[in-house]
Every structure is written in C-alpha cells, then in structure tokens.
Design a protein around this ligand. Sequence first.
Ligand SMILES: *Cc1c(COP(=O)(O)O)cnc(C)c1O
Length: 424
Amino acid sequence: MPPRNISLKEADPLIFDAIEGEISREQDKIVLIASENYVSRAVLQAQGSVLTNKYAEGYPGHRYYGGCEFVDIVESLAIHRAKSLFEYKDSTGETVGVEHVNVQVHSGSQANMAAYLSVLKPGDRILGMNLSHGGHLTHGSKVNFSGLLFENAYYGVDPHTGHIDYDKVREIALEFRPKMLVAGASAYSRTLDFQRFHAIAREVGAYLLVDIAHIAGLIAAGIHPSPVAYADFVTSSTHKTLRGPRGGMVMCKSEYAKAVDKMVFPGIQGGPLMHVIAAKAVAFKEALSEDFRQYQLNTVRNAKTLCDAMIARGYKIISGGTDNHLMLVDLRNKSITGKEAEDALYRADITVNKNTIPYDDKPPTITSGIRLGTPAVTTRGFAESEMAEVADIIDNCLTKPSDERNMSIQRQRVRALCERFPIL
Ligand SMILES: *Cc1c(COP(=O)(O)O)cnc(C)c1O
C-alpha cells in the first residue's frame, strides 16, 4: 500500500495525468455546451477538502453521527445563503421568501425524484415538457425513473412560433388531469411564464414543480422572473448557470418541508456529500455578489450577440431568438446534421452538443440541431467581439468541414481566443 501522505502525482500518475489532460482540454477549447461552466478556485478548494471524510446522515442539529459540529456550520450556511439568493421583491415591493431549502440532493435529477416522491405515489400522473421540445429526461421520459414510476403526458412548443403554447398546455392538463405539472427545460430559449403555469396547475388541482436547473443563475441575478411565489417545489442543479459544484437543491413551501427532507434522507439518499455542500455554500456566496449579477447580464448579452450573428449568416434559431443563455440552432436549411456539426466543431476545438429540435425527423443520435450556450465562455471573459468571432468560426466550420485548410485556420483562431482568456 502506498504511503498515505504523498501527492496524487506520486500516488497515482495515471489519474494525475488524466486530470492534467482535462485542465488543458478545458483551457484550450471553446465550450458552448449550455449546461457547463467553470467553478472558481474557492469552490474547487472546498470540494477537494477533508469534509469528504465525514458521515452526517440527518440534518444540522439532528444527526445520526457524532462529530458534526463543523459540517453543521457548513450546511446551515449553505441553506441560509440559498434562501438569501432566491429571495426577491415582487412587483408590489413585497418580499417573497424561500420557505424551505434542502441542499443535500446529489444532483438535479435527485432533486426532482425527491420532490416528486414527497407528494406522489407510483402510478400518479405527471405532465411535463416533451424531451424533444426541450424538456428533461426527469420530466417523464420512458427511459428515466420519472417515466418508469409515473404515468406521463407531455406538452411542447408551437410548430410555427417555437414558443410554449400555454393554451395547449391547459388543454392537455384539463384532459390528462395530472397530479404534478412540471415547468422547466434544458433547451428552451424563451422566458417561462410561471404565473401561467401556476394558474393551469391550480385549475386542474395539480402541484406545480418548476425545475430551474438551467436558468438558476439568471433567476438569482434577477434577470429571469422567479417561480418562488408560484411553485410548490422549485428544483435545481447547482453547476449550470449557477456556477457551483456538480449537485442539486430543492426549494419548497414550508408545508412540504418535512416530506421533502424525509424523502431525500432516508428516502432516496444516504449520507450527504458534505464537501459538495461546502462548495455549494461557497458558490452561493459568490452568487450573492454584484459581480455575479454582472456575469449573468453578460451571459445573456453574449447569447443575444451570438444568436444575431448566426441569424445574419443564414442560420435559423428555434423561436427566432433567445431571452436567456442558450439557443437551439435548426440546421435543416444547411446541408449538415446535428451530429456532423458537433463533429466538425470538435475538430476546430469548439465543444457543443447535437440536439433534437421540435418536430425533428432525425433520431436523437443524429438530430437536426445543435444547442449553443454562453455561460462557460462568459465566465472566461468573452464579450461581444469574441462572440461575433465565434459565430464566424462556427459558420466556416459548418460550411466547409472537409476543407482541411479551412479547418486548420478555424482551429488556430480558437487557439488564439483561448490563450487570451485563461479559465482560472
Ligand atoms: C440538467 C438538468 C437536470 C438534471 O441535472 P443533473 O444534475 O444532471 O441530474 C434536471 N432538469 C433540467 C431541466 C436540467 O436541464
């Protein structure tokens, strides 16, 4: 057995080298994956701490293990900061507070599982957004627990406008009578109308769950309306626009607080990942700053700049534009599939994901679209002129992917941009 007090490099060179490789990859490529970001050094440090050693089943002040005095401080701070972060003043100047938060869920998916199972039984009905229209696997996909455990129906976007058709959502809800209505998406570029979802949920007697995994950072910064007043449950991941460690959280009205906490532990999880909760607390502190608000404004502005530049080059954007940090490019008028576009861009050191577009006639392994997001590039400092250049590089790659000279020029342009903007 190797001595315990040696560095990773000595103890395990294979893993050390893989991590070094990943550092270079993140530095040397342009990440336009809408769900990715770069955390700060402080977040990394908290996550790489001795808190990983501690068992802390239970909640602050009520643990099943001794020695929890420091992890209690950590989790209490995470909860307190999450509440401050998502508290806001409504249009009448009234403060809307977050009544309860659970920061122990390991991921966005487990946040949804905990929220569903806190009030639903297997076989109950969930109405969520169609996966191929921008919804998420956990909103009722057949290959996910949400589709295996519950009965599902789906709403989507209007084929002409690309916007959610709220009248249609209401119609489906009246017909299907779900016990839970789920709002929120992974690939929808427009502002969500939570008031409207709330009205529909009330009309059919359903709980309303809003999944803000993608837009949590925008909501925290006050540049997307908040669902907190309207939803029974607000679930999120913590690693997308919120720029924290990989993880999740559940916010809910106080009447569901006990049920949610019991469903997280002992319901679906064991001991909490205290090192991750510490990193969440650090990220929440960062997100409470004016810097973070500016960052979210820049992210949205960069998305608009990229979107306009793509439209100017003849690309179609689903719904015709973006209100948030991402857009879905419809490649059907270009002679390239989503998969080919993803591959071509990867060869020029730009990382994107292929994405089905609403009413796509190609399978999810091919697709007719790509999803572009600006949270990661905005973190490293890209602004409007860089976004315009990125659009030009993308267009050149997608227009002439088999022209090796062209691809090499685009790769050099990417390299030059990345060198100017270090990730840390
Ligand atoms: C990313 C995402 C999730 C799940 O997050 P994981 O942490 O990957 O489990 C849930 N809902 C939506 C809408 C998402 O975009």
